[in-house]
Design a binder for this molecule. Sequence first.
Ligand code: ATP
Ligand code: MG
Length: 659
Amino acid sequence: MSDGDGELEARLVEQEEFEPTEEFVEQANVSDPGIYDEFEENWPHSWERAAEMLDWFDDYDQVLDDSDEPFYEWFVNGKLNASYNCVDRHVENGDKNRVAIKWEGEHGDTRTYTYQDLYREVNEFAAALRELGVEEDDVVTLYMPMVPELPIAMLACARIGAPHSVVFAGFSADALATRMNSADSRFLVTCDGYYRRGDALDHMEKANEGLDGVDHGVDATVVVDRLGDDGFGHDLKGNQHDWDDLMADHDGDRVDPVERDAEDMLFLMYTSGTTGEPKGVKHTTGGYLAYTSWTSHSVLDLKPEDTYWCSADIGWITGHSYIVYGPLSLGTTTVMYEGTPDYPQRDRLWEIVEKYAVDVFYTAPTAIRAFMKWGSQFPERRDLSSLRLLGTVGEPINPRAWKWYYQHIGDEECPVVDTWWQTETGGMMVTTLPGVGTMKPGSAGPPLPGIDARVVDTNGKEVEAGRAGYITVNKPWPGMLRTLYDNDERFISEYWQEYSDSDEGEWVYFPEDGAKIDDDGYITILGRVDDVLNVSGHRLGTMEIESAIVGVEGVAEAAVVGGDHEVKGEAVYAYVILEDGYEETEEMRGKIIEGVEDAIGPIARPEQVVFTPELPKTRSGKIMRRLLEEIANDEELGDTTTLRNPDIVEDIQTKVRGD
Ligand code: ATP
Ligand code: MG
């Protein structure tokens, strides 16, 4: 029994707007609708509100310096330290015994770190890094799975002013080498392995192979022993050190947090590379931390006494901003889970929510679609009544999936925030404030207070309500990227060229996403600019077609791309995953085609419908449409190193060719 659609109550299927409950609003961190005007009237000084979330060693003397656009500076001359803000100040404020990190391994083994524990370990590891020769501004690469040593290492780097560059553990050796080379990084922290669906995975082999591909000297590697006796017996080489040995050597050591300038780099993060070469995005200490702290407070509604869980991987920006920096800066308890949602059973996430009485839960639409596919019997087994707020990020969420989440996980009591943002924006940009606004499933919401996001046409003119256009951000914000690592030129050509009028001194940030806006100023993200097809001269958004396909009963997920077509120019190729219990029949294929024709028109009729058990996805769960397009056109496949399920590619290729 798994008819996701049938499980949605008819009442909800029709409903287009949802309000937060009175109970939620009463306790919300932000519930005054006046906040939008307040930010606008006092801009940019309104952003002091975000800076006030932090403790500064030295006050800044200017909120925003825009004298060298688009190289903006925020909280000018302010001095602070991110690890001090995420750890020390909570210890000093009498919260040393509050839990900072609740970690759960795939086998159900757990580790709990109070703020005092975190303080101790961060200090000891900071001392170890120093001894290994890490100096301020050296980039330390962290190639680690979801183990507590990852946030500890991040905070230790922050403590000594060494920017970190986290490389997702699922990435290949090549991806590691490319990123270490690009960032000129001479230090690596990694792990012997981790568990996935019951198996121990050998991570060290990949790390070693990656190190072989680094084109400059590597001074030191630190290896966390996660697997113990299940390990693969890799011997440590000359400059490789065991994490536990280092920590024992530095037992009890303390390292003063260095004073970092607000504009000093906190970390480097490579984007997921769905559209091409990954970009090394540079984030700073003051603006980024203030922004993630403020959005964790206003959008995630986090309070120090909350248990909060973001099920993303820290190797993705979401994990940086909303597992580590945002929640810890607020002194919240943040949950980390090592494994997959379906191990040992498909209720694993709900088991964890129940076990820790999670208050706020943040995940991705791809996960929600998987939960729908599996059916509501899994969450129903567990007590989810502790939940107060739900969130999603990463992709547009179809109204049906939004409502399923709202009904089956939130029990129609929890607001759902659909948060649009990017690696480059540092934090959330477009979403409802859960204590203030009406929610409209399928639409992320209005821009956050202080964020000047618009939907414009190709000339940069704002489009009428209901018309498709492109989202732009017309004023800077504290969490924005400052540049691409060592590549100011690409920073400008990638994000600022398209819409800025530099002669007029108008600088406009272009996120490269399509969008539309309604009469209330709610923005619906339509997907990437590249995801627009041209079928016989008609421009069709892949997202629109996908939404129509996912609306067909029995369809769990769909990806649409354009394949070359002699007559039409481009033809619609649809890759479809069915819900459990539905069969891949001609009849199903017919229903899908009919669904698209009904929703959009015959012009959007798919040329091919390919059933597949999985779609090629990045670590953040995004479908790599570029690959599917290459498959549709029978072209040579580009970079697949950032895929988390590379094996599926060949399966799909065989199917398309055989069809
Ligand atoms: P690359 O830029 O290398 O191609 P990427 O854009 O996938 O990688 P991320 O920064 O992780 O890397 O993803 C940001 C993108 O994710 C946004 O530009 C948008 O397309 C999509 N996205 C994120 N959140 C939402 C959301 N709530 N609704 C719709 N789309 C979203
Ligand atoms: Mg992007």
